[in-house]
Design a protein around this ligand. Structure first.
Ligand SMILES: [Zn+2]
Ligand SMILES: [Zn+2]
Length: 194
């Protein structure tokens, strides 16, 4: 199903942090529903209620532009080498994820922040969801892996990876200090997930 690209505004739940997902359409990313423990723990850690899954749109960071309140961004991680999880200081809204290496132009934005989530089309990948037998599974993963690979490569070749609101392209450091959540705290949160 073709959907014309459009700029879609997004905002944290209190409205302090606002931005735009540029040229949003199903063709520029992957609409994923993630059931993994870390995505769920990230919600709880940020002060949000536990949720069975989190809908994310995975795309390149140059598509994500903050218009206001970027100084309210904070970043944490559930381990020294784990992905970076961005949320807001103002209201604890989870914004999305990036990898630790900005040259791999990969980021996700939480679909719930978007004013017009229909611009992304339907969910095409389900990650870590439990089957009846309780074994975590993925659905639509081949399309997902190929999509990420081709977009990341294009951004690397063109230098477009430098266009990111999350990193300083000179130092390659995140724009905020990364807080690594202590193991015990992560375990305590995970144990509370239903
Ligand atoms: Zn806020
Ligand atoms: Zn996840």
């Amino acid at each position: 199903m073709f959907k014309a690209p459009r700029d879609v505004p997004f905002s944290c739940s209190c409205g302090t942090v606002t931005g735009t997902l540029r040229g949003a359409s199903p063709a520029i990313g992957n609409h994923l529903e993630c059931f993994c423990k870390d995505c769920r723990a990230a919600e709880v850690y940020s002060g949000q209620p536990d949720t069975p899954s989190v809908a994310l749109f995975q795309t390149t960071p140059d598509r994500i532009v903050f218009d206001r309140g970027a100084d309210q961004l904070a970043v944490f991680s559930f381990g020294e080498t784990n992905i970076l999880r961005w949320h807001t200081k103002c209201c604890g809204s989870v914004i999305g994820n990036t990898l630790r290496n900005p040259k791999i132009a990969f980021s996700s934005i939480r679909v719930a922040l978007l004013s017009q989530p229909d611009a992304l089309g339907r969910v095409t990948t389900k990650a870590f969801y439990k089957t009846v037998k309780g074994k975590p599974q993925h659905k639509g993963m081949a399309r997902f892996v190929w999509g990420v690979f081709s977009r990341v490569t294009a951004a690397r070749v063109t230098g477009r990876w430098k266009d990111t609101p999350f990193f300083d392209p000179e130092t390659l450091k995140p724009v905020q200090e990364v807080h690594v959540v202590p193991k015990a705290e992560r375990a305590e949160i995970t144990a509370r997930l239903v």
